[in-house]
Design a protein around this ligand. Structure first.
Ligand SMILES: Cc1cc2nc3c(=O)[nH]c(=O)nc-3n(C[C@H](O)[C@H](O)[C@H](O)COP(=O)(O)OP(=O)(O)OC[C@H]3O[C@@H](n4cnc5c(N)ncnc54)[C@H](O)[C@@H]3O)c2cc1C
Length: 495
């Protein structure tokens, strides 16, 4: 089949890799001049600054995408473990190094807290591993045709129930650890799914598994290298990528099935199937025409957003700093209530400071550093008027970072607020898509196919299975499987 993939984000590239493996004729059209989408990079004055994901987990899924393109990941990108994975700095001044590897982490917990908590960590890891095994095979790495598909693997469902997956995440984590600081570090990952630990189901601890047990990694050359490396590999496998080629419409035949893609308002590219990596609600509004997005995409609850400050600065970080530094604010629960329920800024924001150049000197000139600071904020459904507040909030964030001892003598900088994310095509100004509430996950999330538009398949964080690098890589594989099925079905009809 001739397949056009709209968007060279990680979801689109993964789809292209799996489609090329299946023998389709694939063209990727990308609006920007570089691949990666949200996993982008700014190169200026000797700095290479990542402005997207910083925490890479499950690199085996990235390797799978390379393998689908017939390539060995190691020939394109070197992935190294990050250790410590995080430095957690608590409001009371205490510091926990989250170590790579189970034994090292148990040892760290023993000295940070006590032997009971270290033993609890071992039990916690065993529980997480069981949870992951059940969820990955039956509920994550699968396409859903109906809600019934959720109950078909009933044994797996029962196992999830037995593991306590349907209780609340904060309570489940507290059943292992009594130290509130450990409860925090093993439940904050629900934020990656757009939820507070007290509202997330325990089954979302699978995200904690991906980072705390499987480990955090970093590509040499910056996070963006995942995307540029994968783009190289798919091109070598025979895929064509056209940059600076924005899709302006998905073309359809009289039957309603897709027939191609309009580029830049005039050029037409014929296609038998279209894989769309554009944020799903935005794609329905701007590209599909005459077909409304599924209700959950229009009315659903979107994840919080973030204020991101990335900079190339003179000077080097303080000696205690590590690659990823989480500075927890006071009032853990109150912070989530402000962010999620009230739609306001956290009173004492928790922030993530990532220092890419600490482990990779190629990313900043001599004597300089790259600094990346992310503060979770409400999305555009919240109460902050970003056009009025942006400068004040960004200045406040810089001041906080300087107060923590990081270098802030700026050479190059960018600030991204929810209005910027919206301008880049992200619904409600959040890069983290629909939140992973139970009713917005699996068969309840906007599906990657739509009966009303045969031949149109979605990939990326706004469809199945969800948000984050590991999930969008899987979504590309699932999208390719949908195209294969469509190819088989239409071949039968033609025959
Ligand atoms: C600041 C930030 C921090 C994050 N942190 C993490 C993290 O630490 N770990 C993690 O796992 N995930 C993280 N994420 C989330 C992760 O980056 C995303 O879930 C993932 O990269 C999304 O990939 P995607 O393929 O769905 O979408 P995108 O990357 O948005 O790809 C969509 C592509 O479509 C292109 N496009 C859009 N419209 C058109 C058009 N009309 N024509 C042609 N092309 C078009 C875009 O240019 C883009 O290249 C973070 C994201 C951000 C922004």
């Amino acid at each position: 089949m001739r397949v056009v993939v709209i968007g060279a984000g990680l979801g689109g590239l993964s789809a292209a890799a799996h489609l090329s493996k299946a023998g389709h004729e694939v063209t990727v059209v990308e609006r920007d001049a570089i691949p990666g989408g949200r996993a982008g990079m700014i190169r200026e004055q000797g700095f290479s600054l990542d402005n997207g994901p910083t925490v890479l987990t499950m690199p085996n899924l990235l390797a799978d995408a390379f393998a689908a393109a017939g390539a060995d990941m190691a020939d394109h990108v070197t992935i190294l473990p990050v250790d410590p994975m995080y430095r957690a700095v608590y409001h009371d001044g205490s510091t926990l190094m989250v170590r790579h590897g189970r034994d090292a982490m148990a040892e760290e917990i023993r000295s940070f807290a006590n032997a009971d908590e270290a033993a609890a960590f071992e039990r916690f890891c065993d529980w997480l591993a069981k949870l992951y095994r059940v969820e990955m095979e039956h509920f994550i790495d699968v396409n859903f045709d109906s809600v019934l598909d959720l109950v078909k693997p009933w044994r797996a469902g029962l196992e999830l129930l037995r593991l306590g997956g349907f209780g609340k995440l904060d309570k489940k984590v507290a059943s292992f650890f009594s130290d509130p600081r450990l409860q925090q570090i093993f439940s904050f990952q629900s934020m990656y799914a757009g939820l507070a630990p007290y509202e997330a189901l325990a089954l979302y601890a699978v995200i904690t598994y991906m980072d705390s047990v499987e480990g955090v990694y970093v590509p040499v050359g910056g996070m963006h290298r995942m995307a540029s490396g994968l783009a190289e590999a798919v091109v070598e496998s025979g895929v064509t990528i056209r940059y600076e080629s924005p899709a302006t419409r998905i073309l359809r035949s009289g039957s309603g099935a897709v027939s191609g893609v309009e580029l830049g308002g005039d050029e037409r590219l014929a296609a038998d199937a279209v894989v769309c990596n554009v944020d799903l609600p935005v794609a329905y509004r701007t590209l599909v025409g005459g077909v409304e997005a599924p209700r959950v995409a229009r009315r659903g609850k979107y994840s919080p957003s973030c204020l991101l400050w990335v900079a190339g600065v003179r000077g080097t970080p303080p000696p205690e700093a590590t690659h990823h530094n989480i500075h927890f604010g006071a009032d853990w629960k109150g912070s989530f209530e402000a962010l999620i329920s009230d739609g306001s800024r956290m009173p004492d924001p928790s922030i993530l400071v990532t220092l890419h150049s600490l482990d990779d000197a190629s990313l900043a000139p001599d004597g300089c550093s790259s600094i990346y600071v992310l503060e979770p904020t409400p999305n555009l459904d919240g109460r902050i008027d970003w056009s009025a507040e942006r400068e004040r909030i960004a200045a406040d964030l810089r001041e906080r970072v300087a107060g923590l001892g990081y270098p802030t003598d700026v050479v190059v900088e960018r600030v991204y607020d929810p209005l910027d994310w919206e301008a880049m095509g992200m619904e409600r100004g959040t890069p983290f898509a629909l939140a992973h509430t139970f009713r917005q996950t699996g068969p309840f999330r906007p599906n990657n196919v739509d009966d009303r538009v045969p031949g149109l398949v979605f990939t990326g964080s706004s469809t199945l299975p969800g948000v984050g690098v590991p999930m969008v890589l899987i979504s590309g594989k699932l999208a390719a499987a949908r195209v294969d099925r469509y190819a088989r079905d239409t071949a039968i009809v033609r025959w």
